[in-house]
Design a protein around this ligand. Structure first.
Ligand code: SF4
Length: 122
């Protein structure tokens, strides 16, 4: 990721964040679970699914998903992009002890969200 990194959406993931362990299963906007996770792990900028329409077009200026930053850390990712690495570290610093328990782990994200995927998801 070489573009300027957007700011995180907030100090903590929102209640609806798909990276939370209690997220609404399958509520991923136009994404498949696998597509979303691969995108994030490839250091792609994740547009909040609440800020894009069903075709993935932005509805308003987006921010970097705090949940995605924490998921990266939970996956023990070491981003090559230093700005992203810093953003991930800052996001982790803002969490309370035990935050990892609230974020889906690498192996749990896809199974958790797969059952409720929509047929036209990409
Ligand atoms: S970017 Fe992520 S944490 Fe932020 S509001 Fe959207 S889903 Fe929630």
């Amino acid at each position: 990721m070489s573009e300027e990194l957007p700011k995180p959406c907030g100090p903590k993931p929102c209640d609806d964040c798909p990276f939370r362990v209690n997220a609404l299963p399958g509520w991923l906007g136009p994404w498949t679970a696998q597509g979303m996770q691969e995108h994030v792990l490839r250091e792609g900028y994740f547009s909040c699914h609440k800020t894009i329409d069903s075709d993935g077009q932005p509805l308003k200026e987006t921010t970097f998903c705090t949940g995605a930053l924490l998921h990266l850390s939970r996956c023990c990712a070491v981003p090559r992009d230093l700005e992203l690495r810093d953003a991930m570290a800052r996001a982790v610093d803002l969490q309370e002890d035990g935050w990892e328990q609230g974020i889906l782990a690498l192996q749990d994200f896809v199974p958790y969200h797969t059952l409720k995927e929509t047929p036209n998801a990409r």
